[in-house]
Every structure is written in structure tokens, then in C-alpha cells.
Design a protein around this ligand. Structure first.
Ligand SMILES: C[S@@+](CC[C@H](N)C(=O)[O-])C[C@H]1O[C@@H](n2cnc3c(N)ncnc32)[C@H](O)[C@@H]1O
Length: 342
């Protein structure tokens, strides 16, 4: 603990909070020192003698120095300046785990970057390097570079708690608002299918914030389904039914739904016809697609043509570019409604 002799106001205890707020408003509060109490007097550090205008005695007293934490991890990273300039300004935090991507030619500095992140964000328990999302199960290839070796954690979004291990199952914290948007569309009594549910973030958000009759939550990844079952318990939701297996096979065993979520952006488009056959008239499919930005209108037309070939007319109610995937590609969210037979 470091103390210094600092200028402060001596304020009776009962007036301390209102005086602190007033000093803050006036830009006279010294946030680099800690407030100290002495019996019924509170010593509030100030930046200038102008503070005397508030009607309290000024004094020079020993006050503890407050460590002002650096909030930019790049400034504390022990890396050459040429590397520092290329460190990413944004990264994902899943629960207590930070996931960071680095270009191949600076990846050798990952340990130092991890240490800097741990230092800057004291809530972090682990920092892991993202080496790409791979395979059908969309699991990230990650390597822990700082902190505890386990990457299992509990992530919170919009009042939902999700147990997840990003080394074993896909989870994208950046979709929290999109999940909330879908939950807000669900009407009481709807039957919902979440075809590619992962650890259950869409399904549990819906069960928590809406009143569906049931949400069938499917995934091929055993680890994800195990965590989904745990998340159902953790959030005390009763309408989510986790199902392990291939979504197209599982679809054949369930009744038609009012809403189907297809969050498998690299290939969900291939399963569109399977989903459409299981949709109630007037129901909606939420389809996520990664494609060239110039291609999205053509994809939308293709879907209408495919539906017409099945004797159905669909309406594209909404297309939103959710995030950039590469210089020319983006992830799009499409809301598709089944309008009638044709
Ligand atoms: C992009 S992730 C989305 C997970 C989750 N919806 C979320 O928002 O975090 C796609 C998920 O689909 C699952 N998956 C891939 N192919 C599948 C299939 N044929 N049937 C069921 N699940 C599948 C993967 O295991 C993965 O968890």
C-alpha cells in the first residue's frame, strides 16, 4: 500500500456522499487517491483548492494511492512495438475465458498477449488462442496461452446462464442480441425447433423469456448436448427438450413446428427443404447463412424457387447482415415465413 500527502476536504460523515458526487460533477474529485474515514470525518481527495467553495475545511493528509488500471491490454503487453500495433482491438470473452486471434506471423507472442489480457481484465481465469473453427461440429481449435488450463466456464447473457467449453463445442457470445430478438418473437404456446442448438443458447433464451409449448433442441455434438442438459437445469426451464443426433433424422420423429431456427451458417441452406416440410402454415424459419455479400439476393430467390417446387409459397420477411466474416463475405439472418400452398 502506497500513501502520499494529498489535498483533501474534511467532510462530516453524513455529508460525505453528496459532497463526493458534487466534486465529481465539478471535475474536482481526485480519483487517484482513496477516500479515508477518521471517526466522524471523511477525507475526500480533491484536485484543487477551488473545492473549498463547497464549504468544508481543506487539509493535507496521508491518503492511499489508488492503482488506476490500464484498460488497453495492448499497452501492457511485453511485445515489440511492431507487434503491438497489430494486436486485435476486439476479442471474445466467454464467461471467464478470453479467446483471441492472432495473425500467423505474430502468434509466437501469444503467451505475452495472454499475460497482458489477464493483467488488464482481472475477472479472466484463462486466455486461449483461437486457431480456427473446424469440421461439421464447428468446434474451435484453441490453445490455452495464459491462466488456468481448463476452458469450461459459465457465460451469462440476458439473464441466461450457459455452461460451455469452447474447446469442445461451438458458442458465439456475439449473437446474444439476435437470440433475444428471436425470443421476443415467440408467441405463447408455439412449438419451436432449434435444429443446430449447440449448448442451447437460442432454446434456453426462448424458454426463459417467452412461453413456448416446447422447444426441441437438437445437436450432433455429444459434449454440447451434455452441456445443454446441464443448462436446462441451471436455468430451471421446463420446455426445452435436448435431443442428440442428426437434425434431419430427428426432424422426422417430431410434430410440425411454428418456428424453426437453423443456426449452422456454412451449410444450413442445404437443409432448408427438410425444415420447410416440418413447418406449420404461417410459421417462420430463422436461417443463418454465410455467403458473398453480392450473393444474398440470389440465395433468397433460390429459396423461393425451391419452396415453389415443393408447392409452397414463402415470404422473406427480413434479411439482416449480422456480421462481417471476411472482406467479401458476411453472416446474414433471414426470417422466412410459410405463406400458403401454391
Ligand atoms: C454454428 S453452431 C451453433 C450452435 C448454437 N446454435 C449457438 O448459437 O451457439 C452449429 C451447431 O450445429 C451442430 N451440427 C452440425 N451439423 C449438425 C447436424 N447435422 N445435426 C445436428 N447438429 C449439427 C454443431 O455441433 C454445432 O453445435
Amino acid at each position: 500500500m502506497t500513501t502520499v500527502c494529498a489535498l483533501c476536504l474534511k467532510v462530516p460523515r453524513g455529508e460525505a456522499e453528496s459532497t463526493r458526487k458534487k466534486l465529481l460533477e465539478l471535475g474536482l474529485l481526485d480519483i487517484g487517491r482513496r477516500i479515508r474515514r477518521e471517526d466522524d470525518i471523511v477525507l475526500i481527495p480533491v484536485l484543487s483548492r477551488q473545492a473549498e467553495g463547497l464549504g468544508h475545511e481543506l487539509a493535507d493528509e496521508e491518503l492511499e494511492v489508488r492503482e488506476v488500471l490500464e484498460t488497453d491490454y495492448r499497452k501492457v503487453a511485453e511485445v515489440p512495438d511492431g507487434v503491438r500495433n497489430r494486436l486485435p482491438t476486439s476479442f471474445d470473452i466467454i464467461g471467464e475465458v478470453a479467446i483471441i486471434r492472432l495473425d500467423d506471423d505474430i502468434v509466437a507472442h501469444a503467451d505475452k498477449v495472454g499475460e497482458a489480457l489477464m493483467e488488464t481484465f482481472p475477472r479472466l481465469r484463462t486466455v486461449a488462442l483461437d486457431q480456427g473453427v473446424k469440421g461439421e461440429l464447428r468446434v474451435r481449435d484453441i490453445r490455452v496461452v495464459a491462466g488456468a488450463p481448463s476452458t469450461e466456464t459459465v457465460h451469462q447473457e440476458h439473464g441466461v446462464r450457459l455452461k460451455v467449453d469452447p474447446a469442445k463445442e461451438y458458442f458465439n457470445p456475439r449473437l446474444a442480441n439476435e437470440r433475444m430478438r428471436i425470443a421476443s418473437l415467440v408467441k405463447p404456446g408455439e412449438k419451436v425447433v432449434d435444429m443446430f442448438a449447440g449448448v442451447g443458447p437460442f432454446s434456453i433464451m426462448i424458454a426463459k423469456h417467452a412461453e413456448p409449448a416446447v422447444v426441441y433442441a437438437m445437436d450432433l455434438n455429444h459434449d454440447a448436448v451434455e452441456h445443454m442438459r446441464a443448462n436446462v437445469q441451471l436455468n430451471k426451464v421446463t420446455t426445452v427438450v435436448p435431443l442428440e443426433g442428426d437434425a434431419v433424422e430427428l426432424l422426422s420423429g417430431i410434430v410440425c413446428a411454428d418456428r424453426i431456427i437453423m443456426n449452422l451458417p456454412h451449410s444450413a441452406r442445404e437443409y432448408f427443404a427438410d425444415a420447410l416440410t416440418k413447418l406449420n402454415m404461417g410459421g417462420t424459419i430463422h436461417l443463418y447463412v454465410i455467403c458473398e455479400r453480392d450473393d444474398i439476393d440470389r440465395i433468397a430467390v433460390d429459396m423461393s424457387v425451391e419452396a415453389r417446387g415443393m408447392g409452397m409459397r414463402i415470404g422473406l420477411e427480413r434479411i439482416e447482415e449480422l456480421k462481417t466474416y471476411s472482406p467479401s463475405m458476411s453472416v446474414f439472418a433471414l426470417d422466412v415465413r410459410l405463406l400458403d400452398w401454391c
